[in-house]
Design a binder for this molecule. Structure first.
Ligand SMILES: [Zn+2]
Length: 126
């Protein structure tokens, strides 16, 4: 094979590879979008069943009943944790209006009250 043929053969081969990689990346991106859609729909499906479970309009059993029970336990934990917050604040006569400081709920970093992102972990602040 002449050198020219070798070189043009290599170039064709390389551009074919690039084209295949490009097509593959595009298609993988579409697959990823579909997987995200499935995850969002799965969440909606769960919320649909949970709402029916809460309303008592659906007889759940087996694993679904276990999951509904775990969610109920989590909700109870939230109520207890909110009561703890109230207790901690009440015990120290806390007034958050003029402290100028808040804490990142994700990592506990002390932040200026106007901070919009945590500089330590990057979590968006409310
Ligand atoms: Zn943080």
């Amino acid at each position: 094979m002449a050198l020219f043929d070798k070189v043009s053969g290599f170039a064709k081969n390389a551009s074919d590879k690039t084209a295949v990689m490009f097509e593959t990346a595009k298609l993988n991106s579409k697959i990823s979008a579909q997987e995200k859609a499935i995850a969002a729909l799965t969440l909606r499906l769960g919320e649909y069943y949970l709402a029916q479970c809460d309303a008592g309009t659906l007889a759940v059993e087996g694993e679904a009943a276990e999951i509904c029970g775990e969610i109920a336990a989590c909700r109870q934990n939230i109520v207890s944790l909110q009561a703890e917050i109230e207790a901690v604040r009440a015990a120290r006569d806390f007034d958050e209006s003029d402290t100028g400081v808040k804490f990142c709920p994700e990592c506990g970093e002390a932040l200026a009250s106007e901070a919009r992102f945590c500089p330590r972990c990057g979590t968006k602040q409310e």
